[in-house]
Design a protein around this ligand. Structure first.
Ligand code: IDP
Ligand code: MG
Length: 145
């Protein structure tokens, strides 16, 4: 079977709470290979491109503020590429549902996420690509030469 790659972003809420180590340990258990990793100071343009498909959503502006770290003390994002069989599904399953309170409590979002009642921000810890095709697009965007 052809190797599959996927993009994980440890979002600013998780980096600000020092959760990156926990998240990486949880993902390590999936037995995928980490093939790239970097710390990114996310600019508005990159965040908007990443979430382009959600531009019409009422929460879009807040989502951009979340990813650029504006809601979490200008914290950075940790971008990681994992490779391995069924990498996309394995990581989506480990992440859990989008809304942290609906996510299984054993999932990454269920364990470490919350909704901030002041901002309504889904502090859902990580982004994980949702398909092989989107993973390739996102990896190109985040790991431009
Ligand atoms: P996903 O991250 O589980 O793939 P998407 O629907 O692709 O979920 O949404 C992207 C991100 O937008 C979510 O991870 C979350 O941060 C944010 N988001 C999605 N739905 C809502 C909402 O109803 N309110 C606030 N933020 C949302
Ligand atoms: Mg998504």
């Amino acid at each position: 079977m052809e190797k599959e790659r996927t993009l994980v972003l440890i979002k600013p809420d998780a980096v600000a709470k020092c959760l990156a180590g926990h998240v990486i340990t949880d993902l390590y258990n999936l037995k995928l290979k980490m093939i790239a990793m970097k710390l990114v100071n996310v600019k508005k343009e990159l965040a908007e491109k990443h979430y382009e498909s959600l531009r019409d959503k009422p929460f879009f502006e807040k989502l951009i503020k979340h990813l650029t770290g504006e809601l979490h003390g200008k914290e950075n994002v940790i971008a990681i590429v994992y490779e391995g069989e069924n990498a996309v599904k394995k990581i989506r399953d480990a992440a859990g549902k989008t809304h942290p309170e609906e996510a299984d409590f054993t999932s990454i979002r269920g364990k470490y996420g919350r909704v901030d009642s002041r901002t309504d921000c889904f502090e859902n810890v990580i982004h994980a690509s949702d398909s092989r095709e989107n993973a390739e697009k996102e990896i190109k965007l985040w790991f431009k030469k």
